[in-house]
Design a protein. Structure first.
Length: 108
């Protein structure tokens, strides 16, 4: 009878080791997958001014509205700042990209 509890303890110990090994493998794969996903998102988030105009500005009005205007960079900056105050969602980096695009493409 004394061998039976020892056998159970050894079996339990082996089971725990197998489960911990599987968890460690899954955890490292999850970290690896997360790194790959982060890299893909970083590539995908590389966005240009034209895309910002089409995707962000056109949420509230036609992109043609901006295309019809001819403004200096400073005027575009005031307009974009006003749109942000009204709820347009742009990071500072995206704002700069959009301003560069608007000034170059639709500037005076």
């Amino acid at each position: 009878m004394s061998k039976m509890p020892a056998f159970k303890l050894i079996f339990l110990w082996l089971l725990i080791m197998v489960l911990l090994g599987a968890y460690d493998t899954a955890s490292s794969q999850s970290t690896q997958n997360q790194s790959i996903l982060t890299g893909l998102l970083a590539e995908k988030s590389t966005i240009d001014g034209a895309t910002l105009l089409e995707t962000r500005c056109s949420l509230c009005h036609s992109a043609d509205r901006a295309k019809q205007a001819k403004k200096t960079r400073e005027q575009w900056d005031k307009t974009v700042t006003r749109m942000i105050s009204k709820g347009a969602q742009l990071t500072e980096a995206e704002k700069t990209l959009l301003l560069d695009y608007l000034a170059k493409t639709y500037g005076q």
